[in-house]
Design a protein. Structure first.
Length: 345
């Protein structure tokens, strides 16, 4: 039996490695011959890092067959590809992530393509101040990187709820970032404006008539399986699972989901029922630029604990976690089933 994985991000590569190492035939469909460390894109945008690419060969099990193409429609037994080919499948893992193209003209750093667009605009206007809308992790990390690169930065956001975000904003204010609390529409602002208010997902699931939520994310059940389509599973940013209800778009979520999708497929091949997906969070790490960071300890349900590590120590832990997120993929490539994750709340 063959499993076809759509998308070579954190979820897709994890699922492909876990299955291939157990002897499953795996086909991976990806537009690019490289893996993008999306969690590094804020540094690529600001020119602090050349790119966020790793050759696919360095993270992927060599037994996986790579089809360099883009899925344009998912049918019952075959996938339509942008090249015009039709690719038959037995089982499908939908892991195409987030980062659809911009909707309001503002710059974004959700994908490599959009990051390059911002990088070019910054290079063209080296003295122009930058306004970032949104103080989630992406906005905060971009502000820190822009300050490290010597840019004038304004960050506009609604009042921060989480303690970690309040701490990030205090730190960034000390670094010279102008903080403005309020709700603005990025399209109404002038100058170099970066919208970091959220991720959007590609419309492939909706275009294929599969069940989606209001954001276009593929709906999956606790076995990460699409209702009415037992041979289609999903993992990562591109899917929505109601329970547990605290899951957020993160590589910290995509990696366990990719591994669990593989485990459900393996269980079914062996005549067992797949288990329900459960995971708990431990840390949320933020890169605040200039080697500084914050590591916020979390309860499994993603609420904050009182404990955090700030400053250079926080920056060091953050860098270690970024490296680990690639190491978890290569370890899974070398020994399938090695990756494990904390249980849910
Ligand atoms: C600047 C930035 C910083 C971040 N920092 C953190 C962080 O510190 N911690 C954290 O946990 N998360 C962080 N994230 C979020 C994290 O990067 C995403 O949640 C994660 O990448 C999701 O993994 P994924 O496998 O679902 O999708 P992705 O990593 O986006 O991979 C999806 C893959 O699918 C491919 N694809 C898309 N469409 C198709 C198609 N039609 N056919 C075939 N392939 C397709 C894409 O090319 C891509 O390779 C950050 C994101 C950004 C942008």
């Amino acid at each position: 039996m063959t499993t076809t994985v759509l998308g070579a991000g954190y979820a897709g590569v994890m699922a492909a490695n876990r299955l291939a190492g157990r002897g499953e035939e795996v086909v991976l469909v990806t537009p690019n011959a490289w893996f993008v460390e999306r969690i590094r894109l804020h540094r690529v945008a600001t020119g602090l890092r050349e790119n966020a690419r790793l050759d696919l060969d360095t993270v992927l099990n060599p037994a996986v067959e790579v089809v360099q193409d883009t899925a344009t429609k998912i049918g019952d037994e075959k996938i339509q590809l942008a090249s015009g080919e039709n690719l038959p499948y037995d089982t499908l893992v939908y892991a195409i992530g987030s980062g659809a193209s911009d909707q309001n003209g503002a710059y974004r750093i959700v994908s490599e393509h959009e990051t390059d667009r911002l990088r070019a605009a910054l290079a063209e206007a080296p003295d122009a101040p930058v306004t970032i809308v949104g103080a989630g992790l992406t906005g905060v990390e971009l502000a820190g990187a822009l300050r490290e690169a010597g840019r004038a930065v304004k960050l506009v956001s609604t009042a921060p709820g989480r303690r970690a975000i309040q701490a990030h904003l205090r730190f960034l204010a000390k670094q010279g970032v102008e903080i403005e609390v309020g709700r603005v529409a990025p399209a109404e602002l002038d100058g170099l404006v970066v919208d970091t208010t959220g991720f959007t997902v590609p419309s492939l699931a909706a275009d294929s008539g599969l069940p989606v939520d209001e954001f276009g994310r593929l709906l999956v059940d606790e076995q990460l399986t699409v209702k009415g389509h037992p041979n289609i599973l999903g993992a990562g940013d591109a899917v929505h699972l109601d329970a547990p209800n605290y899951l957020r778009a993160a590589c910290a979520t995509a990696l366990p989901m990719g591994a669990h999708a593989a485990d459900v497929i393996t269980a079914r091949r062996e005549g067992r029922a797949g288990e329900e997906f459960r995971m708990g969070y431990v840390l949320q790490c933020t890169d605040l630029g200039s080697g500084r960071g914050r590591v916020q300890f979390l309860h499994p349900d993603d609420t904050e604990r009182a404990l955090a590590i700030d400053g250079r120590a926080g920056g060091l832990v953050k860098e270690t976690i970024c490296r680990m997120s690639v190491r978890w993929l290569t370890q899974e490539r070398d020994r399938a089933g090695r990756y494990s994750w904390p249980a849910g709340a």
